[in-house]
Design a protein around this ligand. Structure first.
Ligand SMILES: CCCCCCCCCCCCC/C=C/C(=O)SCCNC(=O)CCNC(=O)[C@H](O)C(C)(C)COP(=O)(O)OP(=O)(O)OC[C@H]1O[C@@H](n2cnc3c(N)ncnc32)[C@H](O)[C@@H]1OP(=O)(O)O
Length: 249
């Protein structure tokens, strides 16, 4: 497997430059933050790997996706909820990712895990759930191993390539899985009135979860392209070295 060093076109000079850049990043971030991020990324890579293995094993043993979500839900909830720390990392400035970009990405996942798939049991066996689970799992194994290897300053070129190419397919697949799952939940939510607050009540407030789901689905239309084009810009910057002047995300 080629390494980032092999990837360089300028041989030794560029290699030394990369090492200086990595050392500079570590100094700016601090030893404690670097140690924490290394632990965090290794734990998250391991967590999503466990999830991937569990999914493959389930499918090989049962030959169906029915029951898959139930069998992996605890691991999924734990690691996806743990990812809330990513917003904290941005807020305290130990990673340079935009709080807004990370916030939209993580909160939409938390929403899918807790307020859709966990709460609406009849949809747990939908094929669309498998679609987003597979997209998320492959993405996260690649992303967290990319961060880990980068922090350790030994990034294999394949991991870098995968981080900035897989998303081209996996992002639309994941989003399609999420939207189809919410869509499948709509009739059940409408029929049961779950998670909704009806008037009259002593607080005089009403909330309709059915319409909330519709609004959430609609919000993918402006938000998803922004995340996708953000990733395409990152791809050009990291893989092709283009200098990109980013507007505030
Ligand atoms: C309440 C309800 C709300 C609902 C809202 C609904 C609307 C939602 C619409 C959108 C829905 C999206 C749903 C998502 C679906 C899926 O995920 S499908 C599967 C495919 N997904 C992807 O491919 C995800 C791609 N996204 C990402 O990779 C990131 O999450 C990102 C934040 C969007 C992009 O990140 P990016 O700007 O490229 O930067 P980073 O990778 O974060 O890197 C920037 C620098 O920061 C360093 N860094 C970041 N994190 C770490 C870390 N944990 N450890 C160490 N370092 C880190 C990174 O190395 C970079 O450093 P430099 O190299 O120095 O720049």
């Amino acid at each position: 497997m080629a390494s980032s060093e092999e990837d360089s076109t300028n041989g030794g000079a560029s290699e030394a430059g990369e090492e200086r850049e990595a050392a500079g990043k570590m100094r700016r971030r601090g030893l404690l933050a670097t140690a924490w991020l290394t632990f965090y990324n290794i734990a998250m890579t391991a967590g999503w790997l466990v999830l991937a293995i569990a999914m493959v094993r389930f499918y090989m043993e049962k030959g169906t996706h029915k029951g898959l979500y139930k069998s992996i839900q605890k691991t999924l909830k734990f690691f996806q909820t743990f990812a809330l720390l990513e917003i904290v990392h941005c807020l305290i400035g130990i990673v340079p990712t935009s709080v807004l970009v990370a916030g939209v990405q993580v909160s939409s996942r938390i929403f899918m895990v807790w307020l859709v798939t966990h709460s609406i049991k009849p949809i747990q066996n939908e094929e669309s759930v498998v679609l987003f689970l597979v997209a998320w799992t492959v993405t996260e194994i690649t992303r967290y191993s990319f961060y880990t290897f980068s922090l350790l300053d030994h990034l294999p070129y394949f991991v870098k390539w995968a981080r900035y190419n897989f998303f081209i397919i996996l992002y639309p697949v994941g989003v399609a899985g999420e939207l189809l799952t919410i869509y499948a939940a709509l009739p059940y939510v409408k029929k049961t009135g779950m998670l909704s607050i009806r008037l009259p009540n002593k607080y005089n407030v009403s909330f309709d979860y059915y319409y909330f789901l519709l609004i959430t689905m609609a919000s993918y239309i402006p938000l998803f392209p922004q995340l996708y084009f953000h990733m395409l810009r990152q791809r050009r910057k990291v893989l092709h070295g283009e200098v990109i002047v980013e507007k505030d995300d």
